[in-house]
Structure formats: structure tokens, C-alpha cells
Design a protein around this ligand. Structure first.
Ligand code: RB5
Length: 147
């Protein structure tokens, strides 16, 4: 199960992504926003990332205007490894090497075609493990030692 969320700046792209997931028969929970009214991306990041941290969802896709704010907010949450991807290479490598469990996208940056290919690539790519797993353990240690 995927967790999906956006602020108003990412709403249009989020709607295209959920339609794409429907086509692919991929399950998701949409944590909002559901209107074009201005809202705060940290609130939406928190809702989706809590569902990932609790195990209710496996991974998540977050969208704001640039993808920057919502990825920064997501990365403040324990266990979240959010990667802002505006290209296919990053979408692939953040899964292979970083086991990114959140994909962040810029709704005002990406065209629909590229955004959906990024989503597809990120969903289809697995974590390589090996030496990369040890690096993720170091990130987890940073997270617990900096509280
Ligand atoms: C909202 O106007 C905009 O600041 C937000 O969507 C995002 O781009 C922040 O990083």
C-alpha cells in the first residue's frame, strides 16, 4: 500500500498520479490535500510519513510545488528516506542505492509524462543491498544520535 499526499502546489500532479496508480491497479491511501486552497506541506508530509513509519503503508509519494519543502519535512521523520527526483536516473538510483521509501516530486517542475515515468521507475526498482545497506545503517545511527 502506497501513501500519497500533496499540498495545493502538488495537487494537480497528485491527481494524475492517483489516476495512473488506478490504471496499474496499485493500492494507495490518499492523505490529501483534496482542494486547491492553500495548505502547509509539512502537515501533509507528516500524515503520509506516519502511515509509513507505522507500517500501515510500505512507501509513499509526496508532491509539492517544487518537491523541496515536502521532501525536507519528510526527512525529519524517523525511518523516512525521501528522495526528490526530477529525472529518471535519480528515481532508479535512489531505490538501488538509498532504498528511498518516499518519492518526492515537484508538481510545478515536471510535465505529466516524465512524472509518471519517474513514478513507474521508482515503483519497479528494488534496493540493491550489500554495501549500501551498511550506509543506510549509518544514516539510521545519525538519526538516533541527533535527537
Ligand atoms: C507552495 O506555494 C510552495 O511553496 C510549496 O508547494 C513547495 O514548493 C515548497 O517547497
Amino acid at each position: 500500500m502506497l501513501a500519497i499526499a500533496s499540498d495545493h502546489g502538488g495537487l494537480e500532479l497528485k491527481t494524475k498520479i492517483t489516476a495512473f496508480l488506478d490504471q496499474l491497479n496499485i493500492g494507495y491511501t490518499d492523505f490529501g490535500t483534496h482542494s486547491a486552497d492553500s495548505c502547509d506541506y509539512p502537515d501533509l508530509a507528516e500524515l503520509a510519513c506516519k502511515a509509513i513509519a507505522s507500517g500501515e503503508c510500505d512507501r509513499g509519494i509526496l508532491v509539492c510545488g517544487t518537491g523541496v519543502g515536502i521532501s525536507i519535512a519528510a526527512n525529519k521523520m524517523r525511518g523516512i528516506r525521501a528522495a526528490l527526483c526530477n529525472d529518471l536516473y535519480t528515481a532508479k538510483m535512489c531505490r538501488l542505492h538509498n532504498d528511498a521509501n518516499v518519492l518526492a516530486l515537484g508538481g510545478r517542475i515536471l510535465g505529466e509524462g516524465l512524472a509518471l515515468e519517474i513514478v513507474r521507475c521508482w515503483l519497479d526498482t528494488g534496493f540493491e543491498g550489500g554495501r549500501h545497506a551498511a550506509r543506510l545503517e549509518k544514516i539510521a545511527r545519525l538519526e538516533s544520535s541527533n535527537r
